[in-house]
Write a protein that binds this ligand. Structure first.
Ligand SMILES: Nc1ncnc2c1ncn2[C@@H]1O[C@H](COP(=O)(O)OP(=O)(O)OP(=O)(O)O)[C@@H](O)[C@H]1O
Length: 243
C-alpha cells in the first residue's frame, strides 16, 4: 500500500484545550491544527505537558475546557506508549487477541486467518522467532516492537507514540524509528512525543514545542531547528537546560 493510494487523513483541531488538575493548570488553553499525513513531533523538556497534549489529542483524557475535534470522519487511531502494555500471553497471542477484539485487519491481510495475520506482523517486526515466548519476558526493545506490530495490525490512519524509544538502546531505537517511517510510508499520520533532538531532526516534518504547559511553537521542522521564535525553544535546541 502506498500513501498516495490511501484516502486523506482527517484534520485534528484542538480549540483552546486546557487540562487542570486539583486547581493546577497543567496545560494552558492550547489551539493546534494537525492537517495532512505528516510526522508531527511534540517536543519540550520533562514535565512540559507533551504526554498530556498527546493523550488529550488521542481522546484518552477529557479536557477541562475547549474541544478536540476531527474534521470529517474520525480516523482509526492507535497509540504506542513508553512502556508497552502487554497481556500475560505469548507474543503471538497478544496479536491474535487484538485482532479478535477489534475485528479489523489490514487490507492486504484480511483474507488470512488471524494467526497468519499475527505471524506476518511478527515477521515484519523481526519477532517471528519469539512468537511463543511470553510477551512480558521479552526485552524492552522486543516489547516495543511487539507493541508496534500490534498497532500495525490495527491499520491505524493516525498513530500516536509517547516517548516510544526513551528506554531503548541505539539499535532498538533505530528499529522503532524505521517502523515509524514504515507506518508513515503506508499512509499513517504520525504524532509522537520525544525530548531527543536528534530523533526529532530525523523524523519530524513539523514540530510542536511545549514549555511549562504552554504551546510556544508549531512550525515546519526546518524552521524550528534553524530559526526558533521563542527563547525557550532556542535554548532547548542549543542543549541548554530549560525548565
Ligand atoms: N492524568 C494526569 N493527572 C494529573 N496530573 C498529570 C496527569 N498527567 C500528567 N500530569 C502532570 O502534568 C505535568 C505534565 O506531564 P506530562 O507527562 O505531560 O509531561 P511530559 O512533557 O510528557 O514530560 P516527560 O518528558 O517527563 O514525560 C506533570 O507535572 C505531570 O505530573
Amino acid at each position: 500500500m502506498n500513501a498516495h493510494h490511501t484516502p486523506p487523513v482527517a484534520t485534528l483541531e484542538l480549540d483552546s484545550v486546557s487540562f487542570i488538575h486539583r486547581g493546577h493548570t497543567l496545560l494552558s488553553p492550547t489551539s493546534m491544527r494537525l492537517a495532512g499525513c505528516q510526522r508531527t513531533l511534540i517536543m519540550g523538556p520533562n514535565g512540559a505537558g507533551k504526554s498530556l497534549l498527546m493523550r488529550l489529542a488521542h481522546g484518552l483524557l477529557t479536557p477541562s475546557s475547549g474541544s478536540v475535534r476531527w474534521q470529517g470522519v474520525q480516523p482509526a487511531q492507535a497509540m504506542v506508549f513508553q512502556r508497552p502494555v502487554l497481556l500475560r500471553r505469548s507474543a503471538l497471542d497478544n496479536l491474535t487477541y487484538v485482532l479478535a477484539i477489534n475485528k479489523v485487519a489490514r487490507p492486504e491481510l484480511k483474507a488470512l486467518p488471524r494467526k497468519t495475520q499475527a505471524m506476518s506482523a511478527l515477521e515484519k517486526f523481526g519477532l517471528a522467532h519469539l512468537a511463543k515466548r511470553p510477551a512480558r519476558v521479552l526485552s524492552g526493545g522486543e516489547q516495543q516492537r511487539l507493541a508496534l506490530a500490534r498497532a500495525w495490525l490495527l491499520n491505524p490512519q493516525v498513530l500516536f507514540l509517547d516517548e516510544p524509544t526513551s528506554a531503548l538502546d541505539p539499535a532498538a531505537i533505530k528499529a522503532v524509528e524505521d517502523a515509524v517511517l514504515e507506518f508513515h510510508h503506508s499512509g499513517t499520520r504520525i504524532v509522537m512525543t520525544t525530548h531527543d533532538l536528534h530523533q526529532a531532526r530525523r523524523l519530524a516534518n513539523d514540530v510542536v514545542f511545549l514549555h511549562n504547559g504552554e504551546l510556544l511553537e508549531h512550525t515546519p521542522a526546518c524552521d524550528f531547528f534553524t530559526a526558533p521564535t521563542s527563547p525557550e525553544a532556542g535554548a532547548f535546541i542549543r542543549g541548554e537546560l530549560v525548565w
